[in-house]
Design a protein around this ligand. Structure first.
Ligand code: ADP
Length: 458
């Protein structure tokens, strides 16, 4: 149905273009040819007229009847008039040439000039040419030749027919071309339309054939990429939901169990009691962190995330973040190294930047067994660069492009075993970008990972 629509529109457009070009062209050709044929007829008739006048003036009027009879052969009507305008002889007595000559024409001939004109109030139209006979410098009569324009009209009709047929041929050719052309282009478009409708209905296994390298080919590729991205998004999302339920259920089960124990037993051993309260407290903290992450993400989704921007000292922010995670680093025997240059104050949200660095340092500690975490701040004139480099397990190269995606976790067991949720980096990236910065990552499995944040100084 859509294909037919395009065929019709394109066919109509091409037909209009052809008509717009060929109709004026036909009109001009018609006009030029008509003028040419008439000018040519005037020239021929004037020449014939002149020849007759020459014969008559050399031979006196004796040759006239013979000349006039000879002229019958040409189908033109020839007439010899005496000085008073009376007919001496004419090739066809039925033609009323006198009625076609005005007093003005007659005066022109008498004054020794020739006349030529088109007679259009008769059917067929005629061309009239008249030549005075000057004998011994005296006006001695005139020769008139009348010629029908039927032959000219016929030639012009032939030309018109030819132009008309060309227009028709061009339109038919254009329509056939349009049909083939549109078929070639609309078929893949119809295929793509079907594919997108299937995607909209949730069938993400769709694959459109990428047959060409032109715009249609890249559209097909874009649809395939879209299906792939949606599939990945759908997979990670369902995985996220199942892991989030697991993440929520595990601490809740612990809390529920220990609360019941605390309620039912009379606890003599204060140390044991303290330990249970500690577990309840840390599981509650974990739950709170998870809920906070989800809350932040929900705010990003709604575009309602608010920042409190002020001039902040990044080194102070990073110091605070290091203090926050220091105990965990010490417990794992990990050392912090800080390289800093003279960094100007930056117009950022201090609390949110602290959250960014706590997340990056927390990950670095989580995915490093022992070793060092190096933080390097450098002033690159047009921007400030912060690198957080660890000597941990690293991230496989094929995972790097997805590391900042929501719900994405490298090796599904990895972060659960380390206590992560797959939300931290997604939040970090959004926070950095919301404040005008960029974040990137490089990594080598088994050697370590480096996160690089840049903020422009403008
Ligand atoms: P999580 O809370 O699961 O750590 P993140 O969004 O912070 O979630 O990180 C996503 C994934 O990236 C993690 O599951 C982990 O596999 C990987 N990752 C993040 N930081 C590092 C790092 N410094 N070293 C190695 N892997 C990391």
């Amino acid at each position: 149905m859509k294909g037919k629509g395009i065929t019709f529109k394109l066919g109509l457009a091409i037909t209009i273009i052809i008509l717009v070009v060929l109709i004026p062209l036909g009109y001009v050709i018609n006009h030029v040819l008509q003028n040419y044929f008439i000018a040519k007829a005037y020239e021929d008739l004037s020449l014939q007229c002149q020849r007759l006048v020459d014969l008559i003036t050399n031979d006196e009027l004796n040759a006239s009847s013979m000349v006039v009879n000879t002229m019958k052969i040409t189908n033109n009507h020839v007439m010899l008039l005496d000085p008073s305008g009376k007919t001496v002889v004419q090739s066809n007595p039925e033609e009323h040439v006198h009625e076609m000559i005005s007093a003005e024409d007659w005066m022109t001939l008498q004054s020794g000039s020739f006349i030529k004109k088109q007679i259009t109030n008769t059917s067929p139209h005629f061309i009239l040419v008249g030549q005075p006979i000057i004998y011994n410098e005296k006006f001695s009569g005139s020769i008139l030749i009348l010629s029908s324009t039927e032959g000219i009209t016929e030639s012009i009709v032939q030309v018109r027919k030819f132009v008309g047929l060309s227009v028709l041929g061009a339109i038919l050719l254009a329509l056939a071309f349009t049909l083939v052309f549109v078929r070639k282009f609309s078929n893949p478009l119809i295929e793509m339309e079907k594919a997108t409708r299937r995607i909209a209905k949730g069938d993400l296994t769709v694959k459109v054939e990428e047959t060409s390298t032109d715009e249609l080919g890249s559209l097909a590729q874009a649809i395939n990429d879209l299906a792939k991205d949606l599939k990945r998004f759908q997979d990670t999302r369902s995985e996220f939901f199942s892991s989030i339920s697991h993440e929520l259920r595990t601490p809740l089960t612990y809390i529920e169990g220990y609360v019941q124990l605390l309620n039912t037993e009379t606890w003599e051993d204060k140390e044991q009691r303290k330990q249970m309260v500690h577990i309840i407290s840390s599981e509650t903290k974990r739950l709170k962190g998870l809920v906070n992450d989800l809350f932040d993400l929900a705010k990003f989704e709604e575009g309602k995330f608010e920042l409190t921007l002020e001039w902040i000292d990044l080194i102070e922010v990073i110091d605070n973040a290091m203090d926050y995670v220091n105990l965990r680093a010490e417990n794992k025997g990990i050392q912090f190294i800080l390289h800093e240059e003279n960094i100007p104050l930056l117009f950022l949200d201090g609390n949110r930047m602290q959250q960014v660095f706590i997340n990056l340092l927390d990950n670095a500690i989580r995915y490093t067994k022992d070793g060092t975490i190096t933080i390097t701040l450098s002033n690159e004139e047009s921007f400030v660069q912060i690198e957080v480099q660890d000597t941990g397990i690293g991230i496989p190269e094929e995972e790097l492009p997805f590391i900042f995606d929501r719900f994405h976790r490298v090796e599904k067991s990895r972060s659960r075993e380390h206590g992560g949720t797959g939300l931290g980096l997604a939040i970090v990236k959004r926070l950095v970008e919301l404040q005008g910065g960029t974040i990137g990552v490089t990594s080598q499995t088994g050697e370590g990972t480096t996160f690089t944040i840049e903020f422009p100084l403008s």
